[in-house]
Design a protein around this ligand. Sequence first.
Ligand code: PMP
Length: 340
Amino acid sequence: MHAYAVQDASGLLKMDAMENPYRLPAALQAQLGQRLGAVELNRYPGSRLDALRQALARHAQMPEGFGLMLGNGSDELISLLAMACDRPGATILAPVPGFVMYAMSAQLQGLNFVGVPLTADFELDEAAMLAAIEQHQPAIVFLAYPNNPTANLWDDTVVERIVAAAPGLVVMDEAYQPFASRSYIDRVARHGHVLLMRTLSKFGLAGVRLGYMMGPSALMAEIDKVRPPYNVSVLNAECALFALEHAEVFDAQAADLRAQRDALLPALRALGLKVWNSDANMVLVRVPGEAQAVFEGMKARGVLVKNVSKMHPLLANCLRLTVGSADDNAQMLRALQQSL
Ligand code: PMP
């Protein structure tokens, strides 16, 4: 296997990892500096994590009777889920192409991974999903909602049939929720086996590393048994608490990015590319010819995007573009046009 590759972005406009392009306003950044300056670094993380769990539960409108678990990014929670469900022959199932960490965590933990191909237009293949669930009886089904790298939400009727058929856990991964037109949060409490996972990474805090997962309390207490006791640092927690106190700043950034995305889609289509709709802060495009050549051309013009064309046959000739500010997007469009 290969280690998760982080591309070298030095000197490049970074449009490869769905980061929020906007920083905290300077006054808030200074206030945060003061807050961090007062943190007791000599103590293990303690009550501030309880405060953070409560603040996140309020922020996400967590249902009654649910518990919330913190992770060092949702990447860690995905690994912990694989660990919690590890027993001989256990399987993790997810649609593909999808987020690579589901397969990687399964592989690292020694679980089977079953990837069920999406349809050619990147919808869930209901019959194939239900047949694979029946055959493999997965311990976990991951559904990224919206999906990465295809940026779409799933048909909710199909999701409900998958949830009804799943014999183990279903994890709705809402990493891109700040940009999505729907969330599963209102439906999650109807079931006893569905967990909802989110992250502050796409909200504007990718550097902080803070993911969280919610589900029925008794179930969360079981999963919590595999969590290392101090997996989230006091610095991560203080940054996250501060951000939630100023959620309106991040909400406004997300609203701006949704508007930038909605302007970017027709501009990309005007270049004659195949462009898929997006419920996230990324856009998947298919370029004519070799994606690698276009990727290199854009890089030579100072813009780093993600070439996903080799990830899965369904993604042939596809690039994944992160949505940035109006200026970033204009620079990305110019570089793309000149590289085609
Ligand atoms: N889930 C999905 C669908 C993602 O695309 C990503 C990041 N690219 C993550 C989870 C992980 O996010 P983080 O570890 O930054 O919370």
